[in-house]
Design a binder for this molecule. Sequence first.
Ligand code: M6R
Length: 608
Amino acid sequence: MCGIVGYVGEEQATPILLEGLEKLEYRGYDSAGVAIYDGKKLEVAKAKGRLKILKDMLHGGSDLKGTIGIGHTRWATHGKPSDINSHPQTSVSGKFAVVHNGIIENYLSLKQYLMRRGVAFVSETDTEVVAQLLEYYYKGDILEAIIRVISKVEGSYALGIICEDSPNELYAVRKDSPLIVGLGQGENFIASDIPAILNKTRDICRLNDNEIVVLTRSGITVYNTDKEEISKEPEHINWDISAAEKGGYEHFMAKEIMEQPKAVRDTISPRIKDGRIVLDDITLTPEQIKEFRRIFIVACGSAYHVGVVAKYILEKMTHIPVEVDVASEFRYRDPIIDEKVLVLVISQSGETADTLAALREAKRRGARVLSIVNVVGSSIANESDDVIYTWAGPEIAVATTKAYSTQLAVAYLIAIYMAEALGTITPEEYQEYIQELETLPDKIEKILENKQDIQYFASRNFNAKDIFFIGRNLDYAMSMEGSLKLKEISYIHSDAYAAGELKHGTISLVEDGTLVVALATQQKLFDKMMSNVREVKARGALVLGLTVEENKQIEQEVDFVFYVPKTCDIMLPSLAVIPLQLFAYYVASMKGCDIDKPRNLAKSVTVE
Ligand code: M6R
């Protein structure tokens, strides 16, 4: 995710900003930049690639002199990674420089508004809109201009702002994106994350949504949007740097699990406008959608499991037959593909070798490729006909969690969008699905609030030797993900089975004390699942049941139950996956495993 650092004080700002940005490198980024007031004007230096490139360009910072500045590491969202798209972004005259974390959802309409009034844009970013708007509304009062701008922009933001006209003041404001203020002696800081400033100060203030802070070297003043001053209680940070990088969590995986409500919200909400799905990102027309006779989904690992869920959803909604393939198999199996086939490629990294090869094979055979990717500008994104990005931010833990959840969210968007184009759902169903989709982030949050129940169950079972996950239809797809998550980080042998298939062989493995996780979220299959639960219970299994809140009768069948909130059946995978991730995480943590870097695994598999 992007990183922000800002400084105002007596020392040279550039080396401090570069050092702060270095501390945020672990979060992932694709370009970096700084803006400094050099005594006469704002000077900006930025470069695509590693921070080292910028550092070398500025000779460690000595080339850019000045005691106030802002710095940024960018993880591309709007516009590819490039020098021009890097932050800081400036206004047309260069008077304002802005760094930004988050997404301005209505940037396109604001950009068009400004362009109609003669404002020229140079980048593809949503952030440039903020810089340009600031200058547009500025009439000599920067605070006033900021208040005007934040009343216009929709979405999430943490902003660091400097202006040539006020060379001793640094401004910052946030909404739905973290920003802290660091308090020093004769110097003050802003940062998106504590590690950036921890070697300078341990006294911080956290900004709340729509609070605007003005920093000078001697102090800070915080205002609300009515320009009234707000008092802030400073907080002293006792964490060490490695805890701070993980936001106070013990592992990146835990942090990323907890980030899922925001990641899913960020992925969905910019694409739903006035109750309708708007996929600005793609060029696929309803006419083209009507031409597809078959859909193939190709991916690896957890992304493949998203594909298995997506198959159920797409077939149900669009009535188009869907095949899901592990990418390493697809590329060698001579799939029957032509221009009437849509190939949906799913990848967090956008660089997985087998998935990329499968994409190329599909294109070679004439298919149209639509991909769901997290890393902007990655190879899969570049080579696809269309790409819909997930806004999960960088995922650091090898075991994917927030990327999985956001990929699933995009799969729902695509399915509903295509179904509407094809007329295979009614307008009422269309509205209902969108409403349910919008409630998912809150429901995920609710599940996370009950995480101690899963922690308790894990504490009783982390020594299990084998764990089976069973389910039917969508619950079977979820079983696969639950099982993979568990084995990759806890090293416990685990398998997923279609519950009805157990008695055709695998049930011979069930004996006294075997742990079985039974997913029973799908209403129409609930009774069938209870029969399968009875089968394994009769052979001595210990059963964790996972179902929706209304199915209280499950308590008579299983040893332990975890409930997820109700939503329409096809969206339950988005909720059911959360306890499965938590279970894997807690089991691995109790076993003392290296959770973020499990043995033998790499985050991005760029070899065949
Ligand atoms: O970057 P990708 O989404 O293409 O990666 C695919 C798999 O390698 C990945 O999902 C892997 O299975 C994860 N470690 C699962 O947690």
